[in-house]
Design a protein around this ligand. Structure first.
Ligand code: IMP
Ligand code: MG
Length: 175
């Protein structure tokens, strides 16, 4: 595989490993929501590739929506998350699964979950492909996790550094 890309370090997850994990999550989620209609909410842009692959592993009826947040580092210094693009549709009464590419401090997901709770979904869970093994927001439960990874910055498979590297089919550290 072409790895001669400037600025990349080690490959943490090869495409085959990602594929295996996504298939496992898809099967688990399909089983858990067997008699339900699942409403997935992807957190843009990092989850875009993950959502696209995950929905193709589902064997249950599903609908899709997306939300985009302003990274809190840019939005303010206070850890406040701001919504850049809100959901298209109401989630009241729906079985909602929030899909994120990576959870680090957990601030983004805890904010989104608190926000979504106020919109009265029938149920609300969260699925993240990657979770850093660091201290997370204490109120946050991750219902579905692909891989736990060390507290290093990673890119690829949707995840960026300064908008670069999202297109890579593998996940790598920065050099
Ligand atoms: P958290 O709010 O600290 O959990 O961070 C979540 C957001 O930060 C994610 O949605 C990503 O956009 C970004 N992020 C955190 N860690 C990484 C990383 O290692 N690579 C790329 N983006 C990251
Ligand atoms: Mg980013």
């Amino acid at each position: 595989m072409a790895r001669a890309i400037d600025g990349l370090g080690d490959v943490l997850l090869e495409p085959a490993a990602i594929e295996q994990e996504v298939a496992r999550l898809g099967a688990q989620i399909s089983g858990d929501y067997a008699d339900k209609h699942l409403h997935l909410v992807g957190v843009l842009k990092g989850s875009a590739l993950f959502v696209a692959d995950l929905v193709r592993e589902l064997t249950i009826p599903a609908t899709l929506d997306f939300i985009s947040t302003v990274p809190y580092a840019e939005a303010s210094a206070s850890g406040v998350v701001r919504i850049r693009k809100d959901l298209d549709d109401p989630i009241e009464g729906k079985d909602v699964l929030v899909v994120e590419g990576i959870c680090a401090s957990g601030l983004t997901l805890s904010y989104l979950l608190r926000n979504f709770e106020t919109r009265n979904p029938a149920s609300l869970r969260v699925c993240t492909l990657l979770a850093k093994t660091r201290q997370r927001a204490p109120d946050l439960t991750l219902d579905y996790v692909g891989h736990a990874i060390p507290d290093v910055f990673v890119v690829g498979y949707g995840l960026d550094w300064d908008e670069r590297y999202r297109h890579l089919p593998y996940i790598a550290t920065l050099a």
